[in-house]
Design a binder for this molecule. Structure first.
Ligand SMILES: CC(C)(COP(=O)(O)OP(=O)(O)OC[C@H]1O[C@@H](n2cnc3c(N)ncnc32)[C@H](O)[C@@H]1OP(=O)(O)O)[C@@H](O)C(=O)NCCC(=O)NCCS
Length: 177
């Protein structure tokens, strides 16, 4: 119903619990591309878990504490962006992103995240936007850099994925940068 155009045949739109079946099918298609980097690739395994995941974001959105959007190309869900953290009182939020491999290399995430940052900073008064990624995630680091984030810190051994304790980089964009 509400869409932001990202390019020819590409749109950013809200991703909501009623789209759980489409989201579950999408995660099934892209799971292998996401497994090393994205925790929900392991959590979303069927329609019920897809609905629970989207409902958790709907609840966060209702409390102004997070949001999730999908990216559609030619009517097919190919990826998305989210505010994993959204704290308007403190002025800090964190963005997360994903795309199936077939949708990469077109700047879709760059354009979507720039739109999110514009809204977060200029409409919602955010002072600091964070992007967190694994130091070995070259695609994610490149996207953060391209969008204008600066590497600020590396948290050593701060998260676990695939049963392995990993480092996490924090990339930051401050208002005015
Ligand atoms: C991180 C991820 C979303 C990056 O995807 P991406 O397509 O490279 O990102 P962008 O949308 O910013 O596109 C940039 C690419 O499009 C190209 N491009 C084309 N038109 C462009 C435009 N108008 N603007 C910007 N880039 C454009 C860029 O040159 C770049 O390609 P290159 O890497 O071959 O130089 C993707 O690799 C991914 O989903 N990885 C798995 C999940 C993941 O790691 N998520 C992050 C967890 S922290």
């Amino acid at each position: 119903m509400f869409a932001h155009v990202l390019g020819e045949n590409a749109e950013l739109r809200p991703l909501e619990p009623w789209q759980a079946e489409e989201f579950a099918r999408h995660v099934d298609r892209v799971r292998d591309d996401l497994l090393p980097w994205i925790p929900f690739a392991r959590m979303v395994v069927d329609v019920d878990s897809a609905r629970a995941f989207l409902q958790s974001y709907a609840d966060r959105q209702a409390a102004d504490g997070g949001r999730i959007y999908g990216i559609w190309v030619d009517g097919a869900l190919v990826g998305g962006v989210l505010f994993r953290v959204f704290d308007a009182a403190i002025g800090v939020c964190e963005v997360g992103v994903w795309l199936g491999t077939e949708a990469r290399g077109r700047g879709l995430v760059t354009k979507a995240v720039r739109h999110m940052i514009d809204w977060a900073m200029n409409v919602r008064g955010m002072a600091r936007v964070e992007w967190r990624c694994d130091p070995e995630n070259a695609n994610s680091r490149a996207a953060a850099k391209r969008i204008g984030f600066t590497h600020e810190a590396t948290l050593r051994g701060s998260w676990v994925i695939e049963g392995e304790r990993r480092d996490e980089e924090i990339w930051v964009l401050l208002k005015g940068e």
